[in-house]
Design a protein around this ligand. Structure first.
Ligand code: TNX
Length: 561
């Protein structure tokens, strides 16, 4: 693997030779996040896009043509150009060429990109690789390209040759639309932000104590009682209709992002229990919950009749959710259940996993789910932190580690989302207005400085509980328990709640790109100093795009950004 050939410094790095399109003798690499697998600065001026530049798609494949149109739409607001998308032909005009004739070695998501004075050529195996490559192309242009209004700039693509493909195939981010409801437009905005950093999965936490967010035709009360609350709010109707959910799924698909819906249980179920009587032991609904606690609920699994009721409920829900979800996975939750006999938990795992499998879908669960019997091919999402790591190999291993061992023994693969690294709802530091700190503060450096292979290893990096070949990827999870200002206390007024996009911008930027890089870039490129300097170069892009990011003190932002 070639890495950073010709790299002397990143543009913008202290001591670097200036902006990428400034002429200089030193080979300066344009700063790209996530770091491409291999990148070489080319001599010469790079390619300047003009109003007449065609986007040539060398393929009749409709998905690739659509990616060409996506590129045109992306470039239009800031450049003011309405670039024409043309079919591939032998042609000597300067152009942006999208070619799907790339070598097999690139895989589905890989691409090569070459920018020279004569043009930009992006090569991949298909539409998905072309789309990922376009996310790199954006970052080779001046930051102003991210602006929603026409800007005066010279639209030069930095001269570079890149060959790139991801380290992990599962790169996800999670939105907690249950604690705080996100209108469809906010979800789409977040999808675009995640796609820009080459994430390929959106995990939607659709159900929790504070709300049920997806319409189920056979159980209309789930979106009457169950959708009437959020954390801190009552009396609404906060859910996605089937059409809206499908709109989200289709939008995500157009950005090559797969939606993974989560129906959490047997805990985090107050909204369901407020809507469906017979999943409660007294067969009566409970009042809807709008508070801020966790570990407060569990469906009734005490006797065969109630286990049957819960199974029926799950079958109904999973049947309808699976029908709306083209992706291969459904997340069944499994976290934070109040103490109950182990057999009850196992009965739930059995009911939930068979309901998912009956629809031809694969199971994802929080790592807790490994306490039960999980089907072959399941993914466990590990959310333990440093406290768990410290007990590895001791006589009293932390329960998260014991559960991870059970998942490994059942041949599950793992999604790594260590709470002290990739939980975007943790505060950066004591000044962060939103969020929690049960896993500690998560400054940008911590969100970046970790590796999936050592999340379940001893602090010295040895004896990993989850072997490297059972790691599917990573997730940056943005919970919304505390999506209001003054979150060291419970809120006293709804005016403390901010718009979902204000919360996501602040908590996800710059940490989402950090986790995205962990999922995408080769481990050999891991380097905090280099990363933080490339991240700093994203600041002007986020400004141009109107992203209200946190200008974290551990990132060397350029003056004035
Ligand atoms: C733990 S991590 C939870 C969530 C909370 C989150 C807040 C996990 C599987 N469950 O219910 O929202 O902490 O950080």
């Amino acid at each position: 693997m070639t890495v950073l050939t010709g790299a002397l410094a990143y543009a913008g790095m202290p001591g670097a030779a200036g902006a990428p399109n400034t002429r200089s003798t030193a080979a300066v690499l344009p700063p790209v996040v996530p770091q491409p697998e291999s990148e070489r600065a080319l001599k010469g001026p790079g390619f300047t896009i003009g109003a007449e530049t065609p986007i040539i798609v060398k393929s009749s494949d409709p998905d690739s043509r659509e990616v060409g149109r996506y590129l045109g739409r992306l470039l239009r607001p800031a450049t003011g150009y309405d670039l024409k998308v043309e079919a591939g032909r032998r042609d000597h005009r300067p152009a942006i060429t999208l070619d799907r004739g790339g070598p097999k070695s690139l895989g589905e998501e890989g691409y090569t990109l070459t920018s020279r004075a004569e043009g930009v050529r992006l090569t991949a195996r298909g539409a998905e690789g072309l789309f990922r490559g376009i996310q790199t192309l954006r970052q080779l242009l001046p930051a102003a390209v991210e602006s929603p209004t026409v800007q005066r700039a010279r639209w030069t693509v930095a001269p570079v040759h890149i060959t790139d493909k991801p380290r992990y195939g599962y790169r996800s981010t999670m939105l907690d639309v249950a604690r705080r409801f996100y209108p469809v437009a906010d979800v789409k905005r977040y999808i675009d932000q995640a796609a820009a950093y080459k994430m390929n999965t959106l995990h939607l936490h659709l159900t929790d104590d504070q709300g049920w967010r997806i319409a189920i035709d056979a159980l209309p009360n789930l979106t009457k009682a169950g959708a009437s609350t959020q954390s801190g709010f009552t009396g609404g109707s906060w859910f996605y209709t089937k059409a809206q959910y499908q709109e989200i799924v289709a939008y995500a698909k157009s950005r090559f992002i797969t939606v993974v819906p989560e129906i959490d249980g047997p805990g985090h179920t107050s909204a369901a229990q407020a809507s469906v009587p017979d999943i409660n032991c007294d067969d009566k609904t409970i009042p809807p919950y709008s508070g801020f606690d966790v570990k407060i609920s569990v469906v009734c699994l005490r006797d065969p009749q109630h286990i049957a009721n819960v199974s029926k409920f799950l079958t109904t829900v999973m049947t309808e959710v699976a029908a709306l979800t083209p992706g291969p996975y459904i997340h069944v939750g499994g976290d934070e259940v109040p103490a109950r006999p182990a057999e009850e938990y196992k009965a739930y795992v059995q009911a939930a996993t068979s309901a998912v499998q009956a629809q031809g879908k694969k199971v994802i669960g929080w790592h807790d789910l490994s306490a039960g019997t999980i089907p072959a091919g399941s993914l466990m999402q590990y959310w333990g932190d440093e406290d768990a790591r410290e007990t590895i190999g001791t006589a009293e291993e932390h329960k998260d580690i014991l559960l991870a061992r059970k998942g490994v023994a059942q041949n599950a693969s793992f999604i790594m989302s260590p709470a002290d690294r990739s939980y975007l709802d943790m505060k950066y530091d004591s000044s962060t207005p939103y969020g929690l700190r049960w896993a500690g503060y998560v400054p940008v450096k911590n969100a970046y400085d970790w590796d999936p292979t050592t999340v379940t290893a001893k602090p010295d990096g040895t004896s990993p509980v989850v072997p490297a070949n059972q790691i599917a990827g990573v997730e940056a999870a943005l919970w919304a328990d505390r999506a209001y200002t003054g979150s060291n206390e419970l809120p006293t007024s709804t005016s403390q709640f901010v718009e979902p996009s204000v919360y996501t911008d602040f908590m996800a930027f710059p940490r989402l790109p950090a986790v995205a890089e962990i999922g995408w870039s080769p481990k050999s490129t891991h380097d905090w100093t280099r990363f933080s300097s490339r991240l700093a170069a994203q600041g002007p892009r986020w400004k141009a795009a109107g992203i209200g990011f946190y200008a974290a003190p551990d990132v060397p932002w350029a003056n004035g950004s």
